[in-house]
Design a protein around this ligand. Structure first.
Ligand SMILES: Cc1cc2nc3c(=O)[nH]c(=O)nc-3n(C[C@H](O)[C@H](O)[C@H](O)COP(=O)(O)OP(=O)(O)OC[C@H]3O[C@@H](n4cnc5c(N)ncnc54)[C@H](O)[C@@H]3O)c2cc1C
Length: 379
């Protein structure tokens, strides 16, 4: 695809956001469910196929383009951007490691948006400490039997197919963890939604229990011993695009508050002419410029196939903290008006908290960054 074609795609995504996301986002933050047609409209733009090879029906584009698309959507609604990119990642994973019959069972409908996918690592008792998952995969004649529970999974309340990580050996054995394609309409699967004031319905968070769910042999996508490493390498990309999405939310909030500062007058002058009011926006912009540099470095590392462990983790930690720090002061700069769901502030405030958990919680990642920096300086 030429750069002109990429620009065309990005413009189409902007129009999709204006027509489909912006009018609905306020409702999603108050509990309305997204219209399934939104996903087929995203499918018509091939947004679930950005990194999927062209010969399999995708666009065959780079990670950097996927990140740009995520940014454009997240500027208005982080939840729907995460829902779409998580479905995308399931499609890409099936293309990389599923046998053709398993891949073809889901891929065309994932790409068209007729069905959604999710990736399930987290369990009620295991989040940061992924190696301690207890969902068990036992070998049976011709396949596997899975039992356990997954929780806090994006798209889980609507997804048809899930990449489920399960333990094939003793609990705690990182070399025993494997990944399976599981059809969530199979007998023994019971799903549930997870709701709450910080949960935009657009992200589709939920969980499911697996009660002796039987799947065919060829649904094992990643062999034991490789799954743990696969997760650690793929998560770098997720950290980089979540960081980029936090920057997009902050950028959108600065833009919206700036425009309000021109319109709204207090004590006879526009808000922007009060130095202390403007200071909040300038401080946010300065930190955003720094955060953009971190994302650019991480995205470049992921795209080049370089070791992105440190750059992606650092970008995620810093961009989330910056977004979490400035979003309340930007909301405050709007006065009471900022609380209206028609604006982005309350939505992005909640999303910045959610971003602090997905793909590695901030506290734990901060320690990881410190350790990686120490190792790098010792080398
Ligand atoms: C909206 C949402 C969507 C999600 N989507 C998915 C998904 O699609 N798929 C999926 O598999 N998971 C998903 N998750 C789960 C997410 O990956 C976990 O929340 C995350 O891994 C943290 O795990 P936990 O919540 O169990 O926290 P815990 O692991 O219990 O940690 C609790 C707190 O302690 C801190 N902590 C833990 N260990 C350490 C340590 N060693 N040192 C210092 N601090 C530590 C953590 O940073 C955290 O602040 C989602 C979560 C949310 C909120």
């Amino acid at each position: 695809m030429t750069s002109i074609a990429v620009d065309h795609l990005l413009n189409q995504v902007r129009a999709f956001v204006d027509d489909e996301v912006a009018p609905a986002a306020a409702g999603w933050s108050m509990g309305a469910e997204p219209d399934p047609a939104l996903f087929t409209k995203a499918g018509a733009l091939n947004l679930m196929g950005i990194e999927v090879p062209a010969y399999l029906g995708g666009l065959g584009l780079s990670f950097a383009v996927k990140t740009q698309v995520c940014e454009i959507i997240a500027a208005t609604d982080f939840g729907i951007a995460m829902a779409l990119v998580n479905s995308h990642n399931v499609a890409a994973r099936l293309c990389r490691t599923a046998p053709p019959n398993v891949r073809d069972r889901y891929l065309p409908r994932l790409l068209s948006g007729k069905l959604r996918g999710c990736t399930a690592l987290t369990e009620p008792g295991a989040g940061s400490d992924f190696a301690s998952i207890i969902t068990q995969a036992s070998k049976i004649d011709g396949g596997w039997r899975l039992s356990g529970e997954k929780a806090w999974i994006i798209n889980a309340r609507h997804a048809q197919v899930s990449i489920v990580f399960a333990q094939c050996r003793e609990i705690g054995d990182v070399n025993g963890i494997s990944a399976f394609a599981v059809d969530l309409s199979a007998p023994g699967v019971q799903r549930y939604a997870i709701d709450g004031p910080f949960q935009q319905t657009s992200i589709g968070t939920g969980g499911f229990t697996l009660d002796k769910v039987e799947i065919a042999e060829d649904c094992q996508l990643v062999a034991p011993g490789k799954a743990f490493k696969t997760v650690l390498s793929e998560i770098n990309g997720a950290r980089a695009y979540v960081a980029a999405m936090c920057n997009a939310m902050l950028r959108a909030a600065i833009t919206e508050a700036s425009a309000y500062g021109v319109r709204r007058t207090t004590f006879g002058v526009p808000l922007m002419d009060h130095p202390s009011w403007q200071h909040a926006l300038d401080a946010a912009q300065a930190d955003l410029t720094f955060a953009e540099g971190l994302v650019a470095r991480a995205v470049q590392d992921v795209d080049r196939g370089a070791d992105a462990q440190l750059s992606a983790a650092e970008a995620k930690v810093e961009c989330i903290l910056i977004c979490q720090r400035h979003m309340p002061s930007l909301l405050h700069a709007m006065g009471a008006e900022g609380l209206r769901p028609a604006h982005c502030f309350t939505r992005h405030l909640a999303a910045a908290q959610v971003a602090g958990f997905t793909d590695g919680a901030t506290n734990m990642l901060r320690d990881r960054v410190a350790r990686l920096k120490q190792t790098a300086s010792a080398d």
